[in-house]
Design a binder for this molecule. Structure first.
Ligand code: UDP
Length: 475
């Protein structure tokens, strides 16, 4: 081959905002380092992706999403955000298999040097192999959750306990991490399609060229080493990918169009003292029943802290009257609390100096974004690997305070968190000596994150070794 030929990398994210956004950021990291990047997606996900791509030099190629007859989904449901029931989420997962042929067609046409595909496309390793293209898996996760997932799969500690609530220590994992069967993605009551998909994801990961972790070495050196050396996986850490968003404009246009004017939001933040605002957001998927929203509202009010609270209301219109709020709440919190109904410019908000704490569902993107912003966090995990991520914050890096939920949502009905618990956890991350200590630790990590992605840093260097690997393979 031609030594100077440009490398071309394909990115194929799963059709959910929490997967698309970090994948676009990752593509932007490649583009900023002079690598040709193409994102493959379905038509209705293009607006979200273009917004997040911004000025970066990245191509977007679309492949057709299968019809409602083929998927059983309503017309236009091409993103998990619109699949508002467990049934539809599973149908979307199943529908992704139908993207295989169209993806292979594009691979054949463009013949990239590498395919970076989400874990939820287990077949992508074989698809790429058909054309001699190496496939890299991108989960959007860091090493700690990757290690837990791998150890749980390999040693099956959940098979050795007698009940769902009996704690077990994750075998062959540094740090004595205890979990219960209730906190694993592989729980039997869950749809078998999902369990099967996870199994296949694991197999295809083992067959793949390697894994890109959204992390930086200094955050979790023990687990970065463990994943590579003990579990024997090939991996590159190129994160935090969200740090490719540098100015306010880039941060504000990441993801969907925000439900609040960004200048209004900044003005509100500017009127607050440093570290005086707690930001409350549960990711791009989760919504709560009214009773729980009410508890959150009262807990926030009783904490006495200023807050920005992002509320998603599931199928109901986001503009509807907030009738679930406690009597007189909006009047009482005026100036003190800001409710964003819909999408928030999260990274822009987290990075503002007025924000001093983060109540999070512990999706890995949110966890890392909180770390980059130097924030102590209240951990309120819901499902997927969020319980692992929560443990990471509370037990490993010690910048988290738990609200104490124990099980996946929907497993035992819904565990509710009372206002007193919310109030106490918020105070613990916002005020006092413990908060100060956690914030110092978080800020130290945030500093290391920024050093990791610039020349000489660990993620910057790992990027170089990945590119070298790909180049030598391409020749
Ligand atoms: N996000 C955002 N505004 C919102 C909700 C989410 O910008 O109102 C972004 C957030 O910054 C993160 C991603 O969406 O990058 C959510 O990913 P995460 O892993 O935290 O959770 P998920 O949505 O996958 O559960």
């Amino acid at each position: 081959g031609n030594e100077n030929r440009e490398l071309h990398v394909f990115f194929f994210p799963y059709l959910a905002n929490g997967h698309i956004i970090p994948c676009v950021d990752l593509a932007r990291v490649f583009a900023s380092r002079g690598i040709r990047a193409t994102i493959v997606t379905t038509p209705l996900n293009v607006p979200l992706i273009s917004r997040t791509v911004g000025k970066a030099n990245i191509n977007i190629r679309t492949i057709k999403f299968p019809s409602p007859e083929e998927t059983g989904l309503p017309e236009g449901c091409e993103n998990a955000e619109l699949a508002l029931s467990a049934d539809k989420i599973m149908k979307l997962l199943k529908a992704t298999v139908l993207l295989r042929d169209p993806l292979e067609q594009v691979l054949e046409e463009e013949h990239p040097d590498c395919l970076v595909a989400d874990m939820f496309f287990p077949w992508a390793t074989d698809s790429a192999a058909k054309f001699g293209i190496p496939r890299i898996v991108f989960h959007g996760l860091g090493f700690f959750p990757l290690c837990v997932l791998a150890c749980v799969r390999q040693y099956k500690p959940q098979d050795k306990v007698s009940s769902y609530m009996e704690p077990f220590v994750v075998p062959n994992l540094p740090g004595e991490i205890t979990l219960t069967k209730m906190q694993l993605p592989q729980i039997p009551k869950h749809d078998e399609v999902f369990s099967k998909q996870l199994e296949e994801a694991n197999e295809s990961e083992l067959k793949s060229y390697g894994v890109i972790a959204n992390s930086f070495y200094e955050l979790e050196p023990v687990y970065a080493d463990h994943y590579r050396n003990e579990l024997g996986r090939r991996a590159w850490h190129l994160g935090p990918v969200s740090l490719c968003n540098r100015d306010t404009e880039e941060k504000a246009r990441r993801g969907r169009e925000a439900a609040i004017d960004e200048n209004e939001c900044l003005k509100w933040l500017q009127s607050k003292e440093p570290n005086s605002v707690v930001y409350v957001c549960f990711g791009s998927m989760t919504s709560f029943p009214d009773a729980q929203l009410k508890e959150i509202a009262m807990g926030l009010e009783d904490s006495g802290q200023s807050f920005i609270w992002v509320v998603r209301k599931g199928s109901k219109s986001e503009d509807e009257k907030l009738e679930w709020l406690p009597e007189g709440f909006e009047e009482r919190i005026e100036g003190k609390g800001l409710i964003i109904r819909g999408w928030a410019p999260q990274v822009m908000i987290l990075d503002h100096e007025a924000v001093g704490g983060f109540v999070t569902h512990c999706g890995w993107n949110s966890v890392l974004e909180g770390v980059c912003a130097g924030l102590p966090m209240v951990t309120w995990p819901m499902y997927a690997e969020q319980f692992y991520n929560a443990k990471f914050l509370t037990d490993i890096v010690k910048i988290g305070v738990s609200v104490g939920v124990q099980t996946w949502i929907g497993m035992m009905g819904r565990e509710s968190v009372k206002k007193e618990v919310i109030e106490k956890a918020v105070k613990r991350v916002m005020v006092g000596e413990e908060a100060e200590e956690m914030r110092n630790r978080a800020q130290e990590l945030g500093k290391m994150a920024r050093q990791a992605v610039v020349e000489g840093g660990s993620s910057y260097s790992d990027f170089n070794s990945l590119v070298e690997d790909l180049r030598s393979r391409a020749h």
